[in-house]
Design a protein around this ligand. Structure first.
Ligand SMILES: [Zn+2]
Length: 538
């Protein structure tokens, strides 16, 4: 099967950032890149031809940090986003309607509820008794949109044994009411049992065929945004199961990289490292081999070292691990030859992550471990320099700039840090290897929205966010394609439009390097190809 693209603006992202006009594909691989006339001679007369008519052709986006398995059940969950729902009472009404339509005992998931969107004072949190009132006969788990908290009713907590006598897990909190009973709000690691049990039940209730259909549907949504590879940033055994059963049915139209955690969302991966759960690639479309570690929480505070006006510093927030503990997790993974990605939000968490990688390289030197820090949200200039000298990949999520750019600015100011939000210019100038992704559903999934943020540097309300950190559209695109592929050890396969690579290609309505920065988020993904197959078209 041959495919020919002509008359376009082909942003190759090759080492010279060449812009071509044509691409030829055979059997899913790119066989020629260059002028339209040049590449035409590479294929026979029967090749399917796409006349780009000046539109752009780019490599498929790779999203190295995306919670794909968590959004897979969205169509079978209650949409708790505000807006479109007006607020807490509308969310409770929607949950009541779902409970009315569900058999007794069936878990109900609510997704997208954000206390941040509706004020963030804490009063909007969904409480156990409120959830009991609307769903007396069903266990309910409403995930906060940050995915660092959930809201559970009595039935849900009873099923997993959360009661007044249960101590807080390390790195989590079971919030209590005035009488000492859990009030339904479970922070960070405290939500693990509810999240785990509800996902298990969803898989068992709906069955393999329905679940595979949901995974496929979610993949099609990602393809509609031009995303052809996804790194699932936290794969529990249940997530691995939904991918495996989808892959077995031949229904994975994108490539999934599994970043393996423990048996709960925030659980330590130590029991898993080196075990059967950490197997290598399952198939061509289902990859494995990355260990994911959470270093610090979001609520109530990331692990930070804040600076007071008098020059003194103070540690706030508790990391999930002490230095020695995380060192051993990384060393364990390194001894099994595994890649490690550590979620680090606060500057103290970042410091521990960098320390752990430095020690691992000292004790178990590897030529190309591609250690990754995810988020790197409140990193200081010194830490940017250190990431560069250690060769640590920074996996960032530019859609946060648009979604909550102001939050970063406020927290940085409060903490008295010499830092800037989402510092792409500084990182690239310092020689840091940066990969861009989404963290969907914690931030919007659309790569073009992230690209827009990196170039235009404006928050949702139009306010500039560290405008001097703007980078060019081509540099931004490279972080979303070749660099992201590299973060997933796939740069030899995808990430640029070069001869020999897989034909993972995206047709855009406009060339992002030619439109005004503010227009980039309006560009439409018109076609997405995976291995030369048209998988999405508007
Ligand atoms: Zn994440």
């Amino acid at each position: 099967m041959e495919l020919l693209f002509t008359g376009g603006r082909v942003l190759t992202i090759d080492p010279l950032d060449r812009i071509a006009s044509g691409v030829a594909v055979r059997d899913g691989r790119i066989i020629a890149v260059g002028d339209s006339d040049e590449v035409r001679s590479a294929v026979g007369p029967d090749a399917m031809t796409v006349d780009l008519q000046g539109r752009a052709l780019i490599p498929g986006f790779c999203d190295p940090h995306n919670h794909f398995s968590m959004t897979t059940f969205e169509p079978r969950s209650v949409d708790c986003h505000t807006p479109p729902l007006a607020g807490k009472s509308s969310v409770l009404d929607a949950l009541a309607a779902a409970a009315d339509g569900s058999p007794d005992g069936q878990w109900i998931w609510g997704l997208g509820y954000s206390t941040r969107d509706i004020g963030g004072t804490g009063e909007e949190m969904l409480l156990r008794h409120e959830l009991d009132d609307v769903a007396p006969n069903n266990p309910v788990c409403v995930m906060d949109s940050s995915y660092h908290a959930c809201y559970a009713n009595s039935a849900a907590m009873a099923l997993v044994g959360i009661n007044r006598d249960m101590p807080n897990p390390r790195g989590g909190e079971i919030l209590k009411d005035g009488s000492g009973e859990p009030n339904g709000v479970l922070w960070e690691r405290a939500m693990d049992p509810v999240h785990h049990a509800s996902m298990r039940s969803y898989i068992d209730t709906f069955g393999s065929d329905v679940v595979a259909g949901l995974v496929e549907q979610n993949a099609l949504r990602h393809l509609s945004h031009g995303i052809t590879s996804v790194g699932d940033a936290l794969v529990m055994p249940e997530s691995a199961e939904i991918y495996r059963l989808t892959d077995e049915r031949g229904k994975l139209p994108i490539v999934i990289h599994q970043m393996r955690g423990g048996p709960g969302f925030f659980a330590a991966p130590e029991e898993a490292a080196g075990g059967a759960f950490m197997e290598d690639d399952v198939s061509d479309r289902l990859r494995g081999g990355i260990v994911k570690i959470f270093m610090d929480p979001v609520w109530p505070s990331p692990a930070m070292t804040i600076c007071h006006e008098d020059g003194t510093t103070e540690p706030v927030g508790e990391p999930y691990y002490g230095q020695e503990e995380v060192d051993h997790l990384v060393l364990d993974a390194a001894s099994h030859g595994l890649q490690v990605a550590i979620h680090c939000i606060g500057n103290r968490a970042v410091e521990q992550g960098l320390n752990a990688f430095e020690r691992a390289q000292r004790e178990i030197p590897r030529s190309d471990p591609r250690y990754r820090i995810e988020h790197f949200a409140f990193a200081t200039p010194e830490q940017i320099a250190r990431a560069s000298s250690l060769g640590v990949i920074i996996s960032h999520q530019p859609p946060f700039l648009n979604a909550i750019g102001e939050y970063f600015e406020t927290r940085i100011a409060e903490a008295g840090l010499d830092a800037v939000p989402i510092p792409y210019r500084s990182m690239l100038d310092e020689g840091v290897f940066v990969a861009s992704g989404s963290d969907f559903p914690c931030a919007p999934v659309e790569p073009l929205l992230g690209l827009y943020g990196l170039v235009a540097r404006t928050a949702r309300d139009g306010r500039p966010v560290a405008a001097d950190q703007a980078i060019t559209p081509l540099k931004a695109l490279r972080t979303y394609t070749l660099n992201s592929a590299t973060a997933m050890f796939r740069e030899h396969e995808v990430g640029s439009i070069e001869v020999g690579k897989r034909a993972d290609l995206v047709v855009l309505s406009h060339d992002p390097t030619l439109v005004a920065p503010t227009y980039i988020s309006e560009i439409v993904v018109q076609q997405t190809y995976v291995d030369g197959q048209l998988e999405y078209m508007v």
